[in-house]
Design a binder for this molecule. Structure first.
Ligand SMILES: NC(=O)c1ccc[n+]([C@@H]2O[C@H](COP(=O)([O-])OP(=O)(O)OC[C@H]3O[C@@H](n4cnc5c(N)ncnc54)[C@H](O)[C@@H]3O)[C@@H](O)[C@H]2O)c1
Length: 446
């Protein structure tokens, strides 16, 4: 993706506050959402209610090799190429120990899913606000540790759930909250990535991993946030043989089932199918579909087929996509001539920085009462991205990991139960008399 050309519209001079951020992980998601955010937030800023216009600068980057960061520097729009680049497994430690690290307000973590925790912990220990790509972490123990650290350091830790910002999903939730759709009964979600992503872009880390952990969590969050209730069981199956050996621990696709109970005693089950071995000549970037059935209705959503179908000889469906999702991070020339890149993928990141600006710079003068601590609590009480509200999602992710690990070790068909007599999260395997305890404390407050 080439950088945006400079615009004549600049509000930087009017900015009241300036934030400095670091990016840990500089891969696909950086290019899709963080890059356009920083390019626009550095130049013209954004409005944070209670804090005013705030600019945000990408001050440092940490990645394994630094190659993509250097390539970006060579191509970056004016003002974007001055960030410091740190490399290797110890890159974040080096960054945080130095002058650039000391100047940071926030750290964004977009490393592969099994490397979120260590980076988040290090950033929090250094006193930074933290934004983490989904899945937050892979276990409830890790979540508990981050939550305790965030409280001790009085910093925000938020998870990027951009599907909650998708206008279709906002509409769905509104219909549920307003009681137009009553009582979800069951549902189905699927997200299928092409081989060029699963086996190409992710080749450096996909071994021993599965496509469910890193992407089913979008739908786990959507279900949890939209319908409420309490998660009480998780089961999963999967297929192997393309990304790795047929009897190995690398999964091509997974089918995750979560079951929730609601206050009226009724339940609902949801199946979430994911794959990263879809053929590359697939007409969209990713196949994303949901169907939810209610007592009185059905919601069918297809994030790829929202109405546009594009054909360009010799260019679709590889270089350009046939069904284009213009809502996620669409590039366009605005009617007034400016080139922009907008969408819910970018909004989710901007929201985090608005929240950081609000906590650090919200003042009575700008119509906001309360202390910094009260503002922090206020943001933490917004559940869409908070650590506390992510417990059921992390529980389901930890359950999926445990069920797949047991299957790879020769014991398939496990079921994980939440808050049963044996513990907070317990794995029940066919043939075993006792469950394996994955997490002792309760997942939900009793
Ligand atoms: N919100 C979304 O829809 C969405 C979409 C894609 C990816 N993601 C998430 O973003 C994260 C990264 O995914 P991606 O698609 O960008 O992956 P990627 O493989 O394209 O990039 C990973 C990056 O992390 C770096 N990295 C790996 N280990 C590191 C370490 N120990 N320290 C520092 N840097 C390290 C690599 O050098 C690379 O720059 C994952 O958690 C994924 O789930 C989110």
């Amino acid at each position: 993706m080439s950088p945006l050309p400079p615009t004549s519209i600049s509000t930087t001079h009017a900015a009241r506050h300036h934030l400095r951020a670091a990016m840990v992980g500089f891969g696909m998601i950086f290019d899709e959402t963080y890059r356009p955010f920083f390019e626009q937030a550095g130049r013209r800023g954004f409005l944070s209610p209670g804090a005013g216009v705030t600019t945000c600068e990408l001050a440092a980057v940490v990645s394994l090799t630094g190659r993509r960061a250097e390539a970006y520097k060579g191509n970056a729009p004016a003002g974007m190429a001055s960030f410091a680049s740190f490399t290797g497994e110890e890159g974040l430690r080096d960054l945080l120990a130095g002058e650039v690290g000391a100047s940071l307000d926030a750290v964004c973590i977009a490393t592969p899913d099994d490397r979120h925790f260590a980076a988040a912990r290090a950033a929090l220990v250094a006193g930074k606000h933290v934004l983490i790509e989904k899945p937050l972490v892979l276990s409830l123990a890790e979540l508990d540790e981050l939550e305790a650290l965030a409280a001790q350091k009085q910093r925000l830790v938020r998870v990027v759930y951009h599907k909650l910002f998708d206008p279709d999903h906002k509409r769905l939730r509104t219909l549920v909250v307003d009681g137009v759709l009553s009582h979800v009964n069951h549902g189905y979600c699927s997200l299928l990535e092409p081989k060029s992503v699963g086996l190409g872009q992710f080749a450096a880390w996909n071994q021993g991993r599965n496509p469910g952990t890193y992407v089913a969590c979008h739908y786990l969050k959507l279900i949890d946030f939209t319908f409420g209730g309490r998660l009480f069981s998780v089961s999963a199956t999967g297929q192997r043989g393309l990304a790795g050996p047929v009897d190995g621990d690398t999964w091509d696709s997974t089918q995750l089932r979560v079951t929730y109970a609601y206050p009226d005693g009724r339940t609902a089950s949801f199946d979430i199918h994911t794959s990263w071995v879809t053929p590359d000549n697939f007409p969209g970037y990713v196949e994303q579909e949901v169907q939810f059935r209610f007592d009185n209705g059905v919601w069918n959503g297809h994030s790829r087929k929202r109405g546009v179908e594009l054909t360009v000889e010799g260019r679709t469906p590889h270089e350009l996509k046939t069904t284009v999702n213009t809502h996620y991070n669409g590039t366009a020339i605005e009617p007034w001539g400016e080139r922009t890149q907008r969408g819910y993928g970018i909004e989710a990141i901007e929201q985090f920085f608005r929240e950081v600006a609000y906590v650090e710079h919200g003042t009575e003068e700008s119509g906001v009462g309360g202390t910094r601590e009260e503002r922090l609590q206020e943001i933490n009480s917004r559940p869409f991205a908070s650590l506390a509200a992510d417990r059921p999602v992390v529980a389901a992710v930890q359950a999926l990991e445990a069920i797949l690990a047991a299957a790879a070790a020769g014991q398939p068909d496990g079921v994980v139960r939440v808050d049963d007599r044996a513990g907070g999260l317990t794995l029940w395997l066919p043939g075993d008399e006792e469950p394996r305890i994955l997490h002792v404390p309760a997942v939900y407050e009793r």
